[in-house]
Design a protein. Structure first.
Length: 381
């Protein structure tokens, strides 16, 4: 009969989940206010759009339909948004929370319409949603760059993370209550699904890398494993409440990597820092090795951040590209041919969703284990 050494890890996991979602929430907000290529493209393309509006309209009328834009379609699906798309032109509006020099404003994203720039909300200023960036505009609809808008909105990614955390809290509290009632006997119900995963993280990830310090870091490792896996799985669901590309947002993966970086270095032993600042190399290599070791401290979390972001984003883009083939060629035959490939890639994405959670957790445990390494006993002859 399988036995879990410390049931407190389950309680600690739910507590740590709150911290994780707070960091992820802050990261999405911060990145939401950074200038993006879309914003730059918007300011440079306004003139071109106005110049060619009449010719484009004539062209579209002559052909009877607008040309399918695959880039726009894919970016709309993998990017964050202030509304949660349901079907066709129907979306679930989300709360908009912004701060300007006139104070905080809260209103519904429904005021912006379905992401159309022509919809303006009149609050302390006139606001427009331009490429998912809330901007202050004047009476002519021109962006006012002198007024900064801090966006604290509950976007699709933030809402999806909140949903994931709520689900994880419910799951783990339910499992912990089952242990409190039945002890460590044969698991039943939801407990029988979660217990093997907890044991997998403990026996195959934590203990090989952390040894006797496994119990101390199990709450953190369980949190990042289940959080990444859960949001990855939600992202594969093509309809509400899925479809959010949470770990495909580099802000989220950055914060997870930063948390790992902080935990690793705060727990670093004398041996760990000795390898960095006092490497055992010839004196003439010392300056070079110290620089390389310091760089290595930062490349580890950067690798964690980019690996998770790139793999999840690439998978979504590949599936969407295959789906778009039908609309590009306007052929049902192409759609039928592409369907088996879409199903195959989607099945692989199920594996990737789990593998990326496993790899991130494994590397986090490895980095922490390296920082906790004790000095090797000197050989006695």
């Amino acid at each position: 009969m399988t036995h879990i050494k410390s049931l407190k890890s389950i309680y600690y996991t739910t507590k740590t989940s709150f911290l994780t979602i707070v960091f992820c929430f802050i990261s999405v907000i911060l990145f939401a206010n950074q200038p993006s290529t879309n914003t730059i493209a918007d300011t440079t393309s306004v003139g071109l759009d106005s110049e060619h509006a009449n010719s484009n309209a004539t062209h579209e009328e002559s052909h009877g339909e607008e040309k399918f834009n695959i880039n726009k379609t894919i970016m709309e699906h993998i990017s964050d948004a202030h509304q949660w798309h349901l079907w066709a032109h129907t979306s679930l509006p989300l709360p908009v929370i912004i701060y300007t020099n006139k104070g905080i404003e809260v209103f519904s994203s429904a005021h912006f319409g379905h992401g159309e720039e022509s919809h303006t909300y009149q609050g302390n200023y006139s606001y427009q949603l331009i490429h998912e960036k809330i901007k202050v505009v004047n009476e002519q609809g021109e962006v006012n760059p002198n007024i900064m808008v801090l966006d604290f909105s509950i976007t699709k990614n933030v809402a999806s993370m909140l949903l994931a955390v709520i689900c994880l809290i419910i799951i783990f509290l339910s499992v912990s209550k089952s242990y409190a009632k039945r002890g460590v006997g044969a698991p039943k119900g939801l407990q029988s699904w979660i217990e093997p995963l907890i044991i997998f993280v403990r026996d195959d990830i934590a203990e090989p890398n952390l040894g006797k310090r496994t119990a101390k870091f199990m709450p953190f490792l369980l949190t990042i494993f289940f959080f990444i896996w859960f949001v990855n799985m939600l992202g594969l669901i093509p309809f509400f409440p899925g479809g959010a590309n949470v770990t495909g947002n580099i802000a989220v993966t950055m914060v997870l990597a930063v948390i790992t970086f902080i935990i690793t270095n705060l727990n670093g032993k004398k041996t760990y820092w000795g390898h960095i600042f006092l490497p055992h190399v010839p004196w003439w290599l010392y300056p070079l090795m110290v620089v390389l070791e310091i760089i290595g401290i930062f490349t580890k979390p950067i690798a964690l951040m980019i690996r998770l972001f790139a793999n999840i984003t690439a998978g979504h883009i590949l599936v969407l590209s295959l789906v778009c083939l039908t609309f590009i060629f306007k052929s049902l035959t192409v759609g039928i041919v592409a369907a088996p490939f879409i199903v195959f890639i989607s099945a692989i994405e199920l594996l990737v969703a789990f593998m990326q959670a496993f790899i991130f957790t494994m590397l986090a445990a490895l980095y922490i284990g390296m920082a906790l390494e004790e000095p090797a006993p000197e050989a006695h002859h």
